[in-house]
Design a binder for this molecule. Structure first.
Ligand code: GLY
Length: 408
């Protein structure tokens, strides 16, 4: 597909209109919800379509042996408010985003979770990009410092521990594939601060994860337990997938997303090649569908449960892969997949009913925990909107690259 002078891929007029209308509807729904939320934030929708909400302050942690992720979704709501501003130009969204950012900002000091990347990459970074206000940027930099501090150095390399206080051995030895999607915060921080150690931490994690998470068939483990001294993988396992050896579709999505961003930010062809292998596996397992099951290896009735959030993450990643890929044929192929996924989400999965809050029906937060199944989820909605913004207004919601490195 030809590209115009802004790097924007030309798409069919009908598709562009569908995407632009969906963004308009998104901004309307966000404006309807914002005054109803008080000081809490939307998390996932309940069976009746209403939002289940949480305060931003809820950190992750163990209660005995039970792990709670806390509120890792609060930043995504700020992101939707900012995307609504980009869509409409209405400054009330900017005011709301700032008020919400004040509630989220306390989490920038949270040392307990890699999700600090999701929280601030979706909120403070677009906030800084859109407004130029360093108040946003400085909050994101504090958060990036906490994420970088999660680096565990071993003989084999270094990885970011995903969950829990680092002095807790259960957290120190574990890393999740989701963390690949959080590296964006570190790449951004390297550029914002001029301190390349943020980028080195991100690259170390990307390199070590490439060796430990990816199976011979290019599917991925959800989580890995390392020997903290040697860096050897002791086991691969799952938290939200169907089984330790299964292919959890959103995990595959986080991996694709993370390696596309790593390729763009470092210029390394090896990350691009890995992103393509992971994406090829995902597309193969789709078997012609645009929305995956929550786990490609789910059995029986469970196999019919979809995850639109995974589709949104992968759509956004493939649109970006299409934009940065130096080979025009490969770029067109990945862009085409990203657009087809996005169109299917707009056409078949958007929650038009007033009673169903959120944007995308049929996300699956965690089937094993029976949480947010057949729901809208804040992360699904965010990556859906990010993908729409990539097509409708490239560079407006997010920088096109933090520190552009041509992939050669
Ligand atoms: N922890 C990120 C996810 O649920 O995909």
């Amino acid at each position: 597909m030809p590209k115009d002078t802004t790097g924007r891929t030309e798409i069919a007029a009908a598709q562009r209109e569908l995407f632009a209308k969906t963004l308009d509807r998104m901004a309307q729904k966000v404006a309807e919800d914002e005054p109803t939320l008080g000081v809490e934030f939307p998390h996932v929708t309940a069976a009746d379509g209403s939002w289940i909400r949480m305060p931003a302050s809820l950190s992750a942690g163990y209660t005995g042996s039970a792990w709670s992720h806390g509120n890792w979704l609060c930043g995504f709501w700020v992101g939707l408010l900012l995307a609504s501003y980009c869509t409409t130009g209405d400054r009330k969204y900017l005011m709301w985003a700032r008020e919400r950012m004040r509630l989220v900002a306390q989490r920038a000091e949270d040392p307990n979770t890699h999700d600090i990347g999701f929280i601030f990459d979706s909120s403070a970074i677009p906030g800084f990009h859109i407004t130029g206000d360093r108040w946003y940027g400085d909050i994101a930099l504090v958060a990036a410092g906490k994420l970088r501090a999660r680096l565990v150095n071993t003989r084999r390399g270094a990885y970011l521990a995903s969950w829990g206080p680092l002095d807790d051995p259960r957290g120190r030895c574990s890393s999740a594939i989701d963390t690949m999607a959080n590296l964006s915060l570190l790449y951004w921080a390297a550029d914002y601060s001029g301190d390349g150690s943020y980028r080195l931490a991100a690259e170390a994690h990307a390199d070590m994860s490439a060796g430990a998470f990816i199976r011979a068939d290019d599917s991925t483990y959800h989580a890995v337990e390392y020997d903290v001294i040697s860096g050897e993988r002791k086991r691969g396992y799952t938290f939200q997938g169907a089984a330790d050896e299964s292919a959890w579709s959103r995990g595959q999505g986080w991996a694709i997303y993370g390696y596309v961003n790593s390729a763009r930010e470092t210029g390394k062809r090896s990350y691009l090649a890995l992103a393509e292998r992971l994406a090829a596996y995902y597309v193969k397992r789709l078997q012609g569908r645009q929305v995956p099951p929550w786990d490609f290896d789910a059995q029986g009735a469970d196999a019919a449960i979809k995850d639109t959030a995974a589709a949104a993450v992968v759509s956004s990643a493939l649109l970006e892969l299409g934009r940065v890929h130096p080979d025009p044929a490969a770029a067109a192929k990945w862009n085409g997949h990203g657009l087809a996924m996005l169109e299917a989400l707009c056409r078949d999965e958007f929650a038009h009913e007033a009673s169903h809050r959120g944007l995308l029906k049929h996300s699956c937060y965690s089937k094993p925990h029976n949480e947010g199944v057949e729901s809208a989820t804040m992360f699904g909605d965010f990556f859906f909107v990010e993908a729409l913004c990539r097509v409708v207004m490239p560079g407006k919601f997010r920088p096109l690259a933090t520190s552009p490195m041509p992939i050669i």
